[in-house]
Design a protein around this ligand. Structure first.
Ligand code: C2E
Ligand code: MG
Ligand code: MG
Length: 706
């Protein structure tokens, strides 16, 4: 008796086989990268889905086959064949998701899997309740088993090859592999069917004329449903996983940056940033239990001379050795920091009197009685130490450090290798500072400030898109002073708000002039922390824009990390208002302060400016290069632009370009120059008329004050 095939159902069985193969490939790729805890669950679920899939394919294949007589199936044997399918799939997935797969694994696996599939097929056939039983053509039967083993080998090899590339680009490869595998599975099935012989006059026990069409569609639909759900789960889980990995990578960059920002690379001691933080903590702690804190500032005597004679490398070694010795003598509760050069600062809390602090100073000095051996030379050095006590010598960290500093200078002046406890007489204002202060108070009125402008250049187009305004003080006696020489003083005597306001207005006016002259550039203004924290800062910025009639998008504010991180919640609100106004906001000197990624993400920022200290050595020092790379990718992942400052050489420029940095600023293009010189630079550098912001609306409705 010969049978016939329903072509539609044959196609359906092939479709199911391809879907099973595709799902299996995706599963193997998914399971391979997972920790065992998850992998086990995926493997179990995956085995079920694949088992149902392969079995359905076989079952549909059998339903596609019809004899002149009606067929019926024994439910128990049918279910048993399904179980064989699931177990075989679990085994196959187990092999395909092993970390390392050898040829031996593959051959053994293919052998067992092939037998499993054959077993499933023939037990499925055995479920047909035909009398007398089905007989098989031995050669074709053998061929079907060989095909099953061969197909399994190809399948497993493809699994193991493709699973490492979970890339979407591989969709095509994966689909092609799935089609090959699907055909192999179907081939095995129909060879097996061809081997079957039904004796003439056979009949089925208890056969009713069930509509095999609908049953096939039902089983096929169920199998495709299971496979679809599996695919959705795989996709969803992969997506979640990628997000978790991304977040972890960001956290890692953040913690590396934070360590670098808070520690001295030479000695690994905490640096000034961390010192200020710890000192504030120690003071808060002492305040609660009405205790005391001692701040000891120490500086090595004659270090400059030693450094000059030993060379840089020797000087570094000496500092490292000093740090080691100091750390060995101090108590666990003391905090030792290196704040720069040869200056170390020690915070000792859990101290009850000045006598205790003096004892600490003595033990520090005793560290230096033995000479240091550096590069086979014996070096004798000693510290000068200044001590300031909380609360008697200062109520906050700044004041304590300043007074301890004054005491240290005093100790040095009286001969060094010594310590001194702060006394108010040590801090008498020097005449020089007094004069500077008076000069600064007059400078605004007598128009002694000027702004210089430094170009910010687009790394891709090479064009100058913005200018940073940098203040200079034309001092009547001392000539041109740089900001470092007077901005800190201006902050201390509360002149910075007035100076900052002048800078803002002047810069806006200049930007407007350039725009009217047909050379629009965005103007960047530095804003000190005090200025940013003044109550009506949004109003101050708005007023400057209005009085210059400048569009907000042509103004950029540069804020340091510490300015925005101090009271981050409050900053977020102000930044949001500024950003709503339309001005751009960037973080200056990025990488040198504390910053919490959490907030960076939430602040409406436009740009991070990598501090020039990282750029300086990025070509020679792999660690700095790594940090620059990390900052750029961090910024881009937060959808921020990145600018590098302090770019002095072509090599640095090339390196930054290859890292995908967006802009740069530095002497390699130009230092800060007068407004006239800048206008000339624009004319030669950006020859054609060019509006870097042309994509934004040109229609500008002037803002109303308030
Ligand atoms: P900043 O905002 O980080 O400014 C960049 C500084 O780096 C400028 O120094 C600039 O002249 C310098 N610089 C630029 N290119 C290079 C280079 O290739 N190599 C090196 N080594 N240095 C380069 P400047 O003008 O002395 O300003 C120092 C700091 O003073 C500024 O740092 C900024 O924090 C502050 N500042 C300047 N103007 C103002 C102002 O109007 N208001 C406030 N609050 N602060 C200002
Ligand atoms: Mg700046
Ligand atoms: Mg900077």
């Amino acid at each position: 008796m010969t049978g016939q095939y329903n072509p539609w159902l044959v196609v359906l069985s092939l479709l199911v086989a391809i879907c099973v193969s595709y799902t299996a490939l995706s599963l193997a790729a998914r399971v391979a990268g997972l920790p065992p805890k998850y992998a086990r669950w995926w493997q179990a679920g995956g085995a079920f889905a694949m088992g149902v899939g392969i079995w359905s394919m076989h079952f549909i294949g059998m339903l596609a086959f019809s004899l002149p007589i009606a067929l019926s199936y024994d439910p128990i044997t049918t279910l048993a064949s399904l179980a064989v399918g699931i177990i075989t799939s679990g085994f196959a997935l187990g092999i395909a998701s092993r970390a390392r797969v050898t040829l031996q694994h593959l051959s053994m696996g293919a052998f067992i899997m092939g037998l499993g599939i054959a077993a499933m097929h023939y037990s499925g056939m055995a479920a047909i309740q035909v009398v007398p039983g089905i007989s098989y053509e031995p050669l074709l039967l053998l061929a079907s088993v060989v095909i099953a083993v061969g197909a399994s080998f190809v399948a497993l090899t493809l699994f193991c090859f493709l699973r490492s590339e979970s890339n979407l680009r591989l969709f095509g490869y994966r689909l092609a592999a799935a089609i090959v595998m699907g055909c192999a599975i179907v081939g095995m099935h129909y060879t097996g069917m061809a081997a079957a012989r039904f004796a003439p006059g056979s009949y089925c026990i208890g056969a009713t004329d069930t509509n095999s069409h609908w049953l096939a569609l039902l089983v096929g639909g169920f199998a495709l449903g299971v496979l679809l759900i599996t695919m959705i789960l795989i996709f969803y889980h992969t997506h979640l996983d990628a997000r978790a990995r991304h977040a972890a990578a960001l956290e890692d960059v953040n913690s590396r940056l934070q360590h670098m920002a808070t520690h001295d690379p030479l000695t690994s001691l905490p640096n000034r940033v961390l010192l200020e933080d710890r000192l504030a903590q120690a003071i808060a702690h002492a305040e609660r239990r009405t205790g005391r804190v001692a701040v000891l500032v120490m500086d090595l005597d004659r270090f400059k001379m030693i450094n000059d004679s030993l060379g840089h490398h020797g000087g570094d070694q000496l500092l490292q050795e000093v740090a080691r010795r100091l750390q060995a003598t101090l108590r666990k509760s003391d905090t030792l920091t290196r704040t720069g050069g040869d200056e170390f600062v020690l915070i000792a809390d859990e101290i009850s009197s000045v006598a205790d602090a003096e004892q600490v100073a003595r033990s520090v000095i005793s560290c230096f009685t033995q000479p240091f051996r550096i590069l086979t030379v014996e070096i004798h050095t000693a510290p000068s130490i200044g001590i300031a006590m909380y609360p008697s010598d200062g109520s906050d960290g700044d004041e304590l450090l300043k007074n301890a500093d004054a005491a240290m200078y005093y100790a040095k002046k009286v001969g060094g290798n010594n310590f001194a406890v702060f006394a108010p007489s040590m801090n008498a204002y020097t005449l020089e500072r007094l004069e500077l202060e008076n000069g600064l108070r007059r400078a605004l009125a007598s128009k002694e400030f000027v702004l210089h402008y430094q170009p910010k250049v687009d790394l891709v187009s090479g064009r100058i898109g913005s200018a940073e305004a940098l203040i200079r003080w034309r001092h009547p006696q001392r000539g041109e002073l740089l900001p470092a020489e007077f901005i800190p003083l201006a902050e201390e005597i509360n002149l910075i708000l007035q100076i900052g306001d002048w800078v803002l207005r002047e810069a806006c006016k200049q930007a407007r002039q350039w725009q009217l002259a047909g050379q629009p550039v965005r103007i960047a203004v530095n804003m000190s922390a005090q200025q940013f924290r003044q109550k009506n800062i949004v109003e101050v910025v708005r007023a400057a824009l209005v009085s210059a009639n400048l569009e907000p998008r042509l103004l950029e504010l540069e804020l340091t990390e510490s300015a925005v991180m101090y009271d981050a919640e409050g900053s977020a609100a102000i930044l949001a208002q500024l950003s709503r106004l339309g001005v751009h906001i960037s973080i200056d000197d990025f990488g040198t302060g504390y910053s919490s990624l959490n907030y960076l993400r939430r602040f409406p920022l436009d740009k991070l400016k990598i501090d020039r200290s990282f750029i300086k050595d990025m070509v020679a020092n792999p660690e700095d290069a790594a940090i620059v790379t990390a900052i750029i990718s961090l910024a881009h992942s937060l959808r921020l632009k990145v600018i590098a400052e302090g770019v002095e050489t072509e090599q640095q420029l090339d390196a930054l370009k290859s890292l995908g940095c967006d802009q740069y600023q530095g002497f390699v293009c130009s230092p800060a120059i007068s407004s006239a010189a800048f206008a000339e630079l624009l004319r030669t550098h950006n020859p054609q008329h060019f509006d870097p912001l042309a994509t934004v609306s040109r229609l500008y409705v002037p803002m109303k004050p308030g």
